[in-house]
Design a protein around this ligand. Structure first.
Ligand SMILES: Cc1cc2nc3c(=O)[nH]c(=O)nc-3n(C[C@H](O)[C@H](O)[C@H](O)COP(=O)(O)OP(=O)(O)OC[C@H]3O[C@@H](n4cnc5c(N)ncnc54)[C@H](O)[C@@H]3O)c2cc1C
Length: 653
């Protein structure tokens, strides 16, 4: 069935509940006091969350949800709080931030100091995991999962011994994983589905879907686009030309020149293409650098196989350059090296699986089951996270506003929970939160260290999960995903076909399936640097209400799939928008940062200057490696804990 249809559903607003924070907590303590206040007054033993507290199944606006950031922003703007002691005994370790790095820090600390170490983990969100959160949809008694943030274990064979060792100890067995999931990416291809490119009328003059855009010669693909003749001719020239635009330059000079020039400038000014040509590449690095070609050095495009460089005299990057750094280097990679070994591992809820395994290991009784397969569907009892009987306590909805190295070699941490401020004391603290907040939390640090911490601006990006009742329209259109370089969401795709224990994604087109949609707030054409674009993009993201996201979800799906029978009102069962205004860690590039920072591991990099231990306060988090990757988060946790151990030997208690 084919019919033309426009989205008519701006007012058909999905129901949502996004106000868990605060409400749930105040239900628990009995009487009129919030639980922590009651505990501080020695009226209750332990603050607990109610047994029906379960944030993963909330829909609507998630990620940095309302209630998670207001305290931190008030602190940034100068608010101070009168605090009282929380009434708890001194901890061995307080961890600021309950993402993969914070949880891994608790894990490593226990390994080094014994399982009875007393640890408190504080996080400002209503759920644990930091970026590595999961979204759960339920339909007719069946669970449908998707990652809310951190997607996959990227290039697991390149993980350090520390990071790979942690995954192994948690029960993640790559051999077993790939026995079931080796075909996850070829499943749709084997059904005959292709990738595609959607040209939208607002950017390109008329709507046009080109199925299999990247799977045919550029001459045939671009002929189907609505680009004008001049632009089409220039696209073909960009792909096919063997001209050396840098006549007389050595290979080193050409590389250096391309590092200091954006791809947009290279394509439009050096190659001389029509300005519409660059629009095709707007989303090429969205998934890694979150900006468009105006803020990415041309050399990153060249090193990742994009067109326009065939006639230039250039050498490849050394094979082992940055080989021991975490992650794929986001633009600086030698792709041969980065792709060696096992492919990426993707769990149905993304790296939230790693988080659940960490919580299961740290706090017995919270997460049922015993394997990497059963953790995917395991029940989680949030009321167990923060009990006084635990050796490790994980306290949600708690924003840290101050961490002070005391003169008696103890550290005092102040956090705000339910609008009240409390202090706890510990022998040490690991800051596994974001680098940019640390200067506000730790005023004792030197100006140089604060400058290093504040340098990187985290990228703003949005991952949305949409539960569809079926995916027949995808099959009829012949696609499993779309790149939409002019769209609000530039990437749309069916969730990978996965099997983990009892959980199996849809195999029949009549079954519900989760579609993943990603939005990036770049500022193509603004003339701003990457860091400036991230700051501005973050503001735009936070000012964008759920209804706007919902409108674009319905509108884009309808324009791509409507001709094949998609009906947004009938087919969409649920929407969860995960906004991450402080998303990927900032990685350096030669266009806007020092070339040395981008291509070497110099200790002059701001992240290294910023992450130095201060007394009994050590700094973890992926930002400390300037690498937006899970192995970075784990490696930095390990380093921070080792630094505390070393300082332990220097300081006697
Ligand atoms: C949308 C998205 C997709 C990603 N996909 C991938 C991927 O596929 N593969 C990959 O390897 N990496 C990916 N990443 C990168 C990801 O950041 C890392 O892999 C990893 O999850 C980072 O863990 P972390 O603990 O260092 O930081 P986070 O996960 O950011 O955790 C830090 C925690 O500290 C909390 N915090 C901050 N300030 C305070 C405070 N004052 N008080 C209390 N708590 C505080 C934060 O709210 C957060 O919960 C992705 C990131 C995003 C945003």
């Amino acid at each position: 069935m084919k019919k033309n249809k426009t989205c008519k559903s701006r007012n058909n607003v999905i129901s949502r509940r996004d106000f868990l924070n605060g409400c749930a907590l105040s239900m628990v303590a009995g009487g009129s006091l919030p639980p922590l206040e009651a505990m501080a007054q020695e009226l209750v033993d332990s603050p607990t969350l109610p047994v029906d507290y379960y944030p993963p199944s909330l829909q609507g606006m998630r990620g940095s949800h309302e209630g998670s950031f207001e305290v931190a922003h008030a602190m940034r703007d100068g608010t101070t709080w009168q605090s009282v002691p929380s009434g708890e005994s001194e901890y061995d370790l307080v961890v600021v931030g309950g993402g993969i790095s914070g949880l891994a820090a608790a894990y490593f600390y226990r390994k080094q100091n014994g399982p009875d170490s007393q640890i408190l983990i504080l996080d400002n969100h209503d759920d644990f995991g930091g970026h590595a959160k999961r979204n759960e949809f339920w339909h007719e008694g069946r669970m449908f999962l998707v990652n809310g943030g951190t997607l996959n274990v990227e290039a697991p064979s390149q993980f350090s011994t520390i990071a790979a060792g942690l995954l192994w100890e948690l029960g993640i067995d790559r051999t077993r994983y790939f026995e079931k999931n080796r075909k996850m990416f070829s499943f749709y291809r084997d059904m005959g589905l292709k990738s595609s490119m959607f040209f939208d009328r607002e950017t390109f003059g008329s709507d046009k879907l080109v199925v299999g855009y990247n799977e045919q010669p550029i001459e045939e693909a671009i002929a189907q686009s609505p680009l004008g003749d001049d632009a089409k001719r220039d696209v073909i020239r960009l792909y096919r030309s063997k001209e050396n635009y840098f006549q007389g330059m050595s290979a080193e000079e050409a590389r250096s020149q391309l590092g200091r020039m954006s791809y947009r400038d290279y394509v439009t000014k050096v190659v001389g293409c029509h300005p519409d040509v660059i629009k095709l590449f707007r989303a090429s690095f969205h998934g890694s650098l979150v900006v468009a070609p105006d803020a990415i050095p041309a050399i990153y495009f060249r090193d990742n196989g994009f067109p326009g460089f065939d006639g230039l005299r250039l050498n490849d990057l050394p094979r082992d350059l940055l080989a021991n750094e975490p992650g794929g280097q986001h633009g600086r990679e030698n792709s041969t090296r980065a792709n060696e070994g096992d492919p990426d591992m993707y769990f149905p809820d993304g790296n939230a699986t790693i988080v659940r395994l960490l919580v299961r290991s740290l706090i017995p009784g919270t997460v049922t089951g015993s394997s990497m397969e059963d953790v995917v569907t395991a029940a989680v009892d949030y009321s167990m996270l923060d009990r006084s009987a635990n050796d490790v306590r994980l306290r949600l909805n708690s924003t840290v506003v101050n961490v002070n190295q005391d003169e008696d070699e103890r550290v005092t941490t102040t956090f705000v929970n339910d609008n009240r401020a409390y202090t706890v004391r510990s022998k040490a603290v690991v800051m596994a939160c974001w680098n940019t907040v640390i200067p506000y939390l730790c005023p004792q640090l030197s100006a140089k260290q604060k400058e290093g911490l504040a340098y990187g601006i985290k990228s703003p990006l949005v991952y949305t999960g949409v539960l569809l009742s079926n995916w027949q329209s995808f099959v009829e259109t012949g696609i499993s995903g779309v790149t939409a370089p002019g769209g609000f969401h530039t990437r749309i795709g069916l969730q990978a076909a996965l099997e983990m224990g009892d959980y199996i994604t849809a195999r029949s087109t009549n079954e519900p399936i989760v579609v993943r949609m990603s939005a990036y707030f770049d500022m193509l054409g603004s003339g701003l640097s990457r860091r400036e674009q991230h700051l501005e993009g973050r503001n735009r993201m936070l000012a964008t209400p759920f209804n706007t996201f919902e409108y674009h979800i319905r509108d884009q799906l309808t324009r791509v799939l409507g001709p094949s029978g998609f009906d947004d009102e009938r087919d969409i069962l649920g929407i969860t928008v995960n906004r991450w205004p402080h998303g990927y860690s900032y990685s350096y590039n030669p266009l806007h940062d020092s070339e040395e920072w981008a291509y070497t591991t110099t200790s002059e990099r701001p992240a290294i200057v910023g992450r130095q231990r201060f007394g009994r306060i050590a700094i973890a988090n992926a930002d400390a490696a300037a690498s937006p990757h899970t192995d970075a988060a784990i490696n930095e946790a390990y380093r921070a804990v080792v630094e505390l151990l070393e300082s332990n030997q220097a300081i006697s208690f």
